[in-house]
Ligand binder design. Sequence first.
Ligand code: ZN
Length: 432
Amino acid sequence: MHQALYRAYRPHRFEQVVGQDHAVTIFRNALRRQRLGHAYLLSGPHGVGKTSLARIVAMAANCLDPQDGEPCLTCEACLNAQLYTVEIDAASNNGVDDTRDLRERAQFVPAMGHKKVYIIDEAHALSPQSFNVLLKILEEPPEHLIFLFATTVPEKMPPTVLSRCQRINLRRHEDAEVAAQLVAVANQEGLAVAADAVEWISRKAEGSMRDGLAMLELAASYADDEVTVADARRALGSVPEEEVAALLAAVQAGSGEAILDRTAALEREGADFAQLSHDLLDEVGRRMTAAYRQGEAAAPAFWLGLCRELLTLEAGGVGSQIGRLSLESRLLAAAASAQKASAPSAAAAPVSALPIAVDTLAQLSGGRERWFDILLQGASARHQDGEVWIEFPSPGSLIRAEQEDARRLFEKGLEQILGRSVQIHFSMSKGR
Ligand SMILES: [Zn+2]
Protein backbone atom coordinates (compact mmCIF):
# COMPACT_ATOMS: atom_id res chain seq x y z
CA MET A 1 0.00 0.00 0.00
CA HIS A 2 1.13 3.51 -0.72
CA GLN A 3 2.63 5.20 2.30
CA ALA A 4 2.34 8.93 2.87
CA LEU A 5 5.65 10.72 2.33
CA TYR A 6 5.77 12.11 5.85
CA ARG A 7 5.35 8.60 7.24
CA ALA A 8 7.83 7.06 4.85
CA TYR A 9 10.46 9.68 5.69
CA ARG A 10 9.96 10.08 9.40
CA PRO A 11 13.22 9.81 11.34
CA HIS A 12 14.15 6.50 13.01
CA ARG A 13 17.35 7.63 14.69
CA PHE A 14 18.25 10.77 16.61
CA GLU A 15 20.75 11.74 13.94
CA GLN A 16 17.91 11.91 11.39
CA VAL A 17 15.83 14.31 13.46
CA VAL A 18 15.82 17.72 11.79
CA GLY A 19 16.08 20.96 13.71
CA GLN A 20 15.44 19.70 17.26
CA ASP A 21 19.02 19.57 18.52
CA HIS A 22 18.08 20.69 22.01
CA ALA A 23 15.55 17.87 22.53
CA VAL A 24 17.80 15.29 20.90
CA THR A 25 20.74 16.25 23.13
CA ILE A 26 18.67 15.90 26.29
CA PHE A 27 17.46 12.42 25.35
CA ARG A 28 20.76 11.14 24.00
CA ASN A 29 22.63 12.26 27.08
CA ALA A 30 20.05 10.67 29.36
CA LEU A 31 20.21 7.43 27.37
CA ARG A 32 24.02 7.36 27.28
CA ARG A 33 24.12 7.77 31.05
CA GLN A 34 21.18 5.41 31.49
CA ARG A 35 19.36 8.10 33.38
CA LEU A 36 16.17 8.40 31.42
CA GLY A 37 13.35 9.98 33.45
CA HIS A 38 9.91 8.49 33.99
CA ALA A 39 7.87 11.26 32.41
CA TYR A 40 8.51 13.78 29.68
CA LEU A 41 6.25 16.32 28.11
CA LEU A 42 7.06 17.04 24.47
CA SER A 43 5.36 20.26 23.51
CA GLY A 44 5.42 22.14 20.22
CA PRO A 45 3.38 22.91 17.10
CA HIS A 46 1.87 20.07 15.08
CA GLY A 47 4.03 18.30 12.52
CA VAL A 48 7.42 19.09 14.05
CA GLY A 49 8.20 15.49 15.02
CA LYS A 50 6.99 15.00 18.61
CA THR A 51 5.68 11.47 18.07
CA SER A 52 8.62 10.46 15.89
CA LEU A 53 11.03 11.58 18.58
CA ALA A 54 9.04 9.71 21.24
CA ARG A 55 9.25 6.51 19.20
CA ILE A 56 13.00 6.87 18.83
CA VAL A 57 13.31 7.33 22.60
CA ALA A 58 11.24 4.18 23.19
CA MET A 59 13.43 2.18 20.85
CA ALA A 60 16.70 3.61 22.17
CA ALA A 61 15.62 2.80 25.74
CA ASN A 62 15.13 -0.86 24.81
CA CYS A 63 17.76 -1.44 22.13
CA LEU A 64 20.03 -4.40 22.92
CA ASP A 65 22.94 -2.84 21.09
CA PRO A 66 22.64 0.92 21.44
CA GLN A 67 25.33 3.03 19.79
CA ASP A 68 26.08 6.22 21.66
CA GLY A 69 22.44 6.59 22.66
CA GLU A 70 21.13 5.68 19.21
CA PRO A 71 18.92 2.63 18.59
CA CYS A 72 20.62 0.11 16.28
CA LEU A 73 17.36 -0.57 14.38
CA THR A 74 18.41 -4.17 13.74
CA CYS A 75 18.28 -5.99 17.08
CA GLU A 76 15.33 -8.02 18.24
CA ALA A 77 14.14 -5.21 20.52
CA CYS A 78 14.36 -2.57 17.79
CA LEU A 79 12.44 -4.78 15.39
CA ASN A 80 9.67 -5.46 17.91
CA ALA A 81 8.98 -2.01 19.28
CA GLN A 82 5.26 -2.73 19.41
CA LEU A 83 5.91 -5.13 22.29
CA TYR A 84 7.02 -2.36 24.63
CA THR A 85 5.52 0.78 23.07
CA VAL A 86 1.93 1.69 23.80
CA GLU A 87 0.59 4.59 21.76
CA ILE A 88 -2.54 6.33 22.92
CA ASP A 89 -4.20 9.08 20.93
CA ALA A 90 -5.99 11.05 23.60
CA ALA A 91 -7.80 13.19 21.06
CA SER A 92 -9.61 10.27 19.45
CA ASN A 93 -11.20 8.64 22.51
CA ASN A 94 -10.28 10.82 25.46
CA GLY A 95 -8.13 7.98 26.64
CA VAL A 96 -10.77 6.63 29.01
CA ASP A 97 -10.85 3.13 27.59
CA ASP A 98 -7.11 3.03 27.19
CA THR A 99 -6.29 4.23 30.66
CA ARG A 100 -8.97 2.32 32.56
CA ASP A 101 -6.84 -0.73 33.05
CA LEU A 102 -3.61 1.17 32.55
CA ARG A 103 -2.86 1.02 36.22
CA GLU A 104 -2.95 -2.78 36.29
CA ARG A 105 -1.22 -3.30 32.98
CA ALA A 106 1.48 -0.82 33.80
CA GLN A 107 2.66 -2.99 36.66
CA PHE A 108 3.86 -5.71 34.30
CA VAL A 109 7.20 -5.55 32.63
CA PRO A 110 6.94 -5.62 28.84
CA ALA A 111 7.10 -8.84 26.86
CA MET A 112 10.22 -7.56 25.14
CA GLY A 113 12.79 -5.08 26.27
CA HIS A 114 13.08 -3.68 29.76
CA LYS A 115 11.25 -0.37 29.50
CA LYS A 116 7.57 -0.07 28.78
CA VAL A 117 6.96 3.24 27.04
CA TYR A 118 3.60 4.97 26.86
CA ILE A 119 3.38 7.58 24.13
CA ILE A 120 0.33 9.72 24.71
CA ASP A 121 -0.47 11.95 21.75
CA GLU A 122 -2.54 15.10 22.18
CA ALA A 123 -2.19 14.41 25.89
CA HIS A 124 -4.05 17.58 26.88
CA ALA A 125 -7.25 15.94 25.62
CA LEU A 126 -7.18 13.15 28.21
CA SER A 127 -10.21 12.98 30.45
CA PRO A 128 -9.87 14.06 34.11
CA GLN A 129 -10.33 10.39 35.15
CA SER A 130 -7.46 9.37 32.91
CA PHE A 131 -5.28 12.10 34.34
CA ASN A 132 -6.10 10.86 37.83
CA VAL A 133 -5.03 7.34 36.95
CA LEU A 134 -1.81 8.65 35.43
CA LEU A 135 -1.12 10.87 38.38
CA LYS A 136 -1.35 7.92 40.77
CA ILE A 137 1.18 6.04 38.65
CA LEU A 138 3.46 9.05 38.35
CA GLU A 139 3.56 9.49 42.09
CA GLU A 140 5.44 6.22 42.40
CA PRO A 141 6.37 5.07 38.94
CA PRO A 142 7.59 1.48 38.59
CA GLU A 143 11.20 1.29 37.42
CA HIS A 144 10.28 -0.09 33.96
CA LEU A 145 7.80 2.63 33.04
CA ILE A 146 8.29 5.71 30.88
CA PHE A 147 5.61 8.20 29.89
CA LEU A 148 6.10 10.46 26.91
CA PHE A 149 3.30 13.00 26.65
CA ALA A 150 3.03 14.96 23.41
CA THR A 151 0.89 18.05 23.09
CA THR A 152 0.43 21.17 21.01
CA VAL A 153 -1.15 23.01 23.96
CA PRO A 154 0.89 22.30 27.11
CA GLU A 155 -1.02 25.02 28.98
CA LYS A 156 -4.05 22.73 28.93
CA MET A 157 -2.23 20.01 30.84
CA PRO A 158 -3.11 19.80 34.55
CA PRO A 159 -0.39 21.44 36.66
CA THR A 160 -0.23 18.33 38.85
CA VAL A 161 0.87 16.27 35.86
CA LEU A 162 3.12 19.00 34.46
CA SER A 163 5.03 19.20 37.71
CA ARG A 164 5.98 15.54 37.41
CA CYS A 165 7.22 15.81 33.84
CA GLN A 166 10.47 16.99 32.39
CA ARG A 167 9.32 19.45 29.82
CA ILE A 168 10.96 19.62 26.40
CA ASN A 169 9.81 22.10 23.82
CA LEU A 170 10.13 21.25 20.15
CA ARG A 171 10.40 24.24 17.93
CA ARG A 172 8.77 25.13 14.67
CA HIS A 173 11.00 24.30 11.70
CA GLU A 174 12.60 27.06 9.72
CA ASP A 175 11.52 27.43 6.10
CA ALA A 176 15.04 26.48 5.00
CA GLU A 177 14.90 23.24 7.02
CA VAL A 178 11.59 22.27 5.47
CA ALA A 179 12.91 23.20 2.02
CA ALA A 180 16.05 21.08 2.48
CA GLN A 181 13.96 18.10 3.57
CA LEU A 182 11.58 18.54 0.60
CA VAL A 183 14.55 18.51 -1.77
CA ALA A 184 16.07 15.45 -0.06
CA VAL A 185 12.79 13.52 -0.18
CA ALA A 186 12.11 14.56 -3.79
CA ASN A 187 15.57 13.35 -4.80
CA GLN A 188 15.05 9.99 -3.14
CA GLU A 189 11.62 9.63 -4.72
CA GLY A 190 12.96 10.62 -8.14
CA LEU A 191 10.58 13.54 -8.15
CA ALA A 192 11.45 16.70 -10.08
CA VAL A 193 10.42 19.83 -8.20
CA ALA A 194 11.00 23.41 -9.37
CA ALA A 195 13.01 25.52 -6.95
CA ASP A 196 10.28 28.12 -6.57
CA ALA A 197 7.77 25.34 -5.84
CA VAL A 198 10.01 24.13 -3.00
CA GLU A 199 10.24 27.66 -1.70
CA TRP A 200 6.49 28.20 -1.90
CA ILE A 201 5.59 24.91 -0.21
CA SER A 202 8.11 25.36 2.59
CA ARG A 203 6.72 28.81 3.30
CA LYS A 204 3.16 27.50 3.27
CA ALA A 205 4.08 24.68 5.63
CA GLU A 206 4.58 27.31 8.34
CA GLY A 207 7.23 25.36 10.17
CA SER A 208 5.53 21.98 10.00
CA MET A 209 7.60 19.28 8.28
CA ARG A 210 4.55 17.04 8.09
CA ASP A 211 2.47 19.70 6.33
CA GLY A 212 5.32 20.44 3.94
CA LEU A 213 5.70 16.83 2.88
CA ALA A 214 1.93 16.35 2.61
CA MET A 215 1.73 19.39 0.33
CA LEU A 216 4.60 18.14 -1.80
CA GLU A 217 2.85 14.83 -2.22
CA LEU A 218 -0.44 16.43 -3.15
CA ALA A 219 1.25 18.84 -5.58
CA ALA A 220 3.07 15.90 -7.20
CA SER A 221 -0.26 14.24 -7.87
CA TYR A 222 -1.25 17.30 -9.92
CA ALA A 223 2.04 17.62 -11.76
CA ASP A 224 2.73 16.26 -15.24
CA ASP A 225 6.47 16.12 -15.10
CA GLU A 226 8.12 18.63 -12.83
CA VAL A 227 6.21 19.91 -9.80
CA THR A 228 5.68 23.65 -10.33
CA VAL A 229 4.36 26.44 -8.15
CA ALA A 230 1.16 26.27 -10.17
CA ASP A 231 0.75 22.58 -9.25
CA ALA A 232 1.36 23.34 -5.61
CA ARG A 233 -1.13 26.19 -5.63
CA ARG A 234 -3.73 24.07 -7.37
CA ALA A 235 -3.22 21.24 -4.90
CA LEU A 236 -3.84 23.61 -2.05
CA GLY A 237 -6.85 25.26 -3.66
CA SER A 238 -4.98 28.53 -4.10
CA VAL A 239 -5.76 30.81 -7.00
CA PRO A 240 -2.86 31.65 -9.36
CA GLU A 241 -0.44 34.21 -7.94
CA GLU A 242 -1.35 36.73 -10.65
CA GLU A 243 -4.88 36.77 -9.24
CA VAL A 244 -3.59 37.48 -5.75
CA ALA A 245 -1.36 40.26 -7.11
CA ALA A 246 -4.21 41.81 -9.08
CA LEU A 247 -6.54 41.77 -6.11
CA LEU A 248 -3.89 43.45 -3.97
CA ALA A 249 -3.27 46.02 -6.68
CA ALA A 250 -6.99 46.83 -6.63
CA VAL A 251 -6.84 47.36 -2.87
CA GLN A 252 -3.68 49.44 -3.22
CA ALA A 253 -5.30 51.55 -5.89
CA GLY A 254 -8.21 52.16 -3.53
CA SER A 255 -10.60 50.91 -6.18
CA GLY A 256 -13.65 49.35 -4.54
CA GLU A 257 -15.24 48.61 -7.88
CA ALA A 258 -12.22 46.65 -9.08
CA ILE A 259 -12.18 44.65 -5.82
CA LEU A 260 -15.82 43.70 -6.23
CA ASP A 261 -15.30 42.75 -9.87
CA ARG A 262 -12.37 40.53 -8.99
CA THR A 263 -14.02 38.78 -6.05
CA ALA A 264 -17.13 38.15 -8.15
CA ALA A 265 -14.97 36.64 -10.89
CA LEU A 266 -13.09 34.52 -8.34
CA GLU A 267 -16.34 33.20 -6.94
CA ARG A 268 -17.50 32.22 -10.42
CA GLU A 269 -14.24 30.31 -10.82
CA GLY A 270 -14.98 28.46 -7.59
CA ALA A 271 -12.23 30.02 -5.47
CA ASP A 272 -12.00 28.97 -1.84
CA PHE A 273 -12.18 32.27 0.02
CA ALA A 274 -10.68 30.96 3.23
CA GLN A 275 -7.63 29.78 1.28
CA LEU A 276 -7.60 33.05 -0.66
CA SER A 277 -7.51 34.93 2.62
CA HIS A 278 -4.49 32.86 3.73
CA ASP A 279 -2.75 33.50 0.44
CA LEU A 280 -3.44 37.22 0.59
CA LEU A 281 -2.12 37.38 4.12
CA ASP A 282 0.99 35.47 3.09
CA GLU A 283 1.68 37.84 0.20
CA VAL A 284 0.83 40.96 2.22
CA GLY A 285 3.22 39.80 4.93
CA ARG A 286 5.98 39.41 2.38
CA ARG A 287 5.39 42.83 0.86
CA MET A 288 5.18 44.44 4.27
CA THR A 289 8.52 42.96 5.27
CA ALA A 290 10.08 44.04 1.98
CA ALA A 291 8.70 47.55 2.36
CA TYR A 292 10.13 47.86 5.87
CA ARG A 293 13.50 46.49 4.81
CA GLN A 294 13.72 48.96 1.94
CA GLY A 295 12.81 51.82 4.23
CA GLU A 296 9.87 52.91 2.11
CA ALA A 297 7.92 55.72 3.69
CA ALA A 298 4.23 55.16 3.06
CA ALA A 299 4.06 51.55 1.93
CA PRO A 300 4.68 49.76 5.25
CA ALA A 301 1.71 51.54 6.82
CA PHE A 302 -0.53 50.45 3.99
CA TRP A 303 0.58 46.81 4.14
CA LEU A 304 0.38 46.82 7.92
CA GLY A 305 -3.19 48.09 7.75
CA LEU A 306 -4.16 45.42 5.24
CA CYS A 307 -2.37 42.81 7.29
CA ARG A 308 -4.46 43.78 10.32
CA GLU A 309 -7.69 43.55 8.35
CA LEU A 310 -6.84 40.06 7.14
CA LEU A 311 -5.69 38.90 10.56
CA THR A 312 -8.94 40.11 12.07
CA LEU A 313 -10.77 38.14 9.43
CA GLU A 314 -8.79 34.98 10.19
CA ALA A 315 -9.19 35.38 13.93
CA GLY A 316 -12.96 35.63 13.54
CA GLY A 317 -13.11 32.91 10.95
CA VAL A 318 -12.90 29.90 13.24
CA GLY A 319 -14.58 26.97 11.56
CA SER A 320 -13.45 28.37 8.20
CA GLN A 321 -16.43 30.66 7.86
CA ILE A 322 -14.47 33.02 5.66
CA GLY A 323 -16.71 33.73 2.71
CA ARG A 324 -16.68 36.13 -0.18
CA LEU A 325 -18.57 38.83 1.70
CA SER A 326 -16.40 38.84 4.79
CA LEU A 327 -13.23 38.96 2.73
CA GLU A 328 -14.63 41.70 0.51
CA SER A 329 -15.54 43.85 3.48
CA ARG A 330 -11.97 43.69 4.81
CA LEU A 331 -10.44 44.46 1.44
CA LEU A 332 -12.83 47.37 0.89
CA ALA A 333 -11.96 48.77 4.31
CA ALA A 334 -8.26 48.62 3.48
CA ALA A 335 -8.92 50.15 0.06
CA ALA A 336 -10.85 53.03 1.62
CA SER A 337 -8.02 53.86 3.99
CA ALA A 338 -5.51 53.54 1.13
CA GLN A 339 -7.48 56.11 -0.80
CA LYS A 340 -7.74 58.41 2.20
CA ALA A 341 -4.02 58.26 2.78
CA SER A 342 -3.61 59.08 -0.94
CA ALA A 343 -0.45 57.05 -0.82
CA PRO A 344 -1.90 54.01 -2.46
CA SER A 345 1.26 52.06 -3.02
CA ALA A 346 5.00 52.07 -2.95
CA ALA A 347 6.67 55.39 -2.34
CA ALA A 348 7.29 57.55 -5.40
CA ALA A 349 10.68 57.59 -7.05
CA PRO A 350 13.23 59.89 -5.44
CA VAL A 351 13.87 63.10 -7.35
CA SER A 352 17.37 61.96 -8.23
CA ALA A 353 16.11 58.83 -10.02
CA LEU A 354 16.77 58.75 -13.75
CA PRO A 355 13.90 58.47 -16.20
CA ILE A 356 13.49 55.44 -18.45
CA ALA A 357 11.87 56.15 -21.83
CA VAL A 358 8.46 54.54 -22.24
CA ASP A 359 9.58 53.44 -25.71
CA THR A 360 12.25 51.34 -24.04
CA LEU A 361 9.65 49.70 -21.84
CA ALA A 362 7.35 49.09 -24.79
CA GLN A 363 10.04 46.99 -26.48
CA LEU A 364 10.14 44.58 -23.56
CA SER A 365 7.14 42.63 -24.77
CA GLY A 366 8.63 42.39 -28.24
CA GLY A 367 5.58 44.25 -29.58
CA ARG A 368 3.52 41.08 -29.36
CA GLU A 369 1.32 41.93 -26.42
CA ARG A 370 -1.44 44.39 -27.13
CA TRP A 371 -2.38 44.70 -23.44
CA PHE A 372 1.16 45.74 -22.73
CA ASP A 373 1.00 48.72 -25.09
CA ILE A 374 -2.30 49.82 -23.57
CA LEU A 375 -0.78 49.46 -20.14
CA LEU A 376 2.05 51.81 -20.97
CA GLN A 377 -0.16 54.62 -22.23
CA GLY A 378 0.47 57.51 -19.89
CA ALA A 379 2.91 55.52 -17.79
CA SER A 380 6.31 56.73 -16.70
CA ALA A 381 9.36 55.04 -15.23
CA ARG A 382 12.46 56.03 -13.30
CA HIS A 383 15.36 54.09 -11.85
CA GLN A 384 18.08 54.40 -9.26
CA ASP A 385 20.42 51.85 -7.66
CA GLY A 386 18.59 48.84 -9.02
CA GLU A 387 15.18 50.10 -8.01
CA VAL A 388 12.68 50.92 -10.70
CA TRP A 389 9.49 52.89 -10.14
CA ILE A 390 6.78 52.59 -12.74
CA GLU A 391 3.78 54.87 -12.41
CA PHE A 392 0.48 54.28 -14.10
CA PRO A 393 -2.18 56.91 -14.74
CA SER A 394 -5.13 54.80 -13.53
CA PRO A 395 -5.98 52.11 -11.00
CA GLY A 396 -7.13 49.96 -13.92
CA SER A 397 -3.63 49.91 -15.41
CA LEU A 398 -2.06 49.18 -12.05
CA ILE A 399 -4.37 46.21 -11.51
CA ARG A 400 -3.84 44.99 -15.06
CA ALA A 401 -0.07 45.18 -14.60
CA GLU A 402 -0.27 42.91 -11.55
CA GLN A 403 -2.78 40.58 -13.11
CA GLU A 404 -0.81 39.99 -16.29
CA ASP A 405 2.35 39.70 -14.28
CA ALA A 406 3.96 42.65 -16.01
CA ARG A 407 6.23 42.84 -12.97
CA ARG A 408 8.17 39.81 -14.12
CA LEU A 409 8.32 41.06 -17.70
CA PHE A 410 9.69 44.43 -16.59
CA GLU A 411 12.10 42.80 -14.19
CA LYS A 412 13.59 40.45 -16.78
CA GLY A 413 13.87 43.07 -19.51
CA LEU A 414 15.21 45.85 -17.35
CA GLU A 415 17.76 43.57 -15.77
CA GLN A 416 19.27 43.13 -19.23
CA ILE A 417 19.02 46.80 -20.14
CA LEU A 418 20.42 48.09 -16.85
CA GLY A 419 22.86 45.21 -16.44
CA ARG A 420 21.95 44.45 -12.83
CA SER A 421 19.20 42.92 -10.75
CA VAL A 422 16.26 45.24 -10.32
CA GLN A 423 13.34 45.65 -8.00
CA ILE A 424 10.11 46.96 -9.51
CA HIS A 425 7.68 49.23 -7.69
CA PHE A 426 4.28 49.89 -9.23
CA SER A 427 2.26 52.88 -8.21
CA MET A 428 -0.22 55.38 -9.54
CA SER A 429 1.03 58.71 -10.78
CA LYS A 430 0.03 61.55 -8.55
CA GLY A 431 -0.99 65.12 -9.12
CA ARG A 432 -2.77 64.63 -12.43
ZN1 ZN B 1 18.56 -2.21 18.65
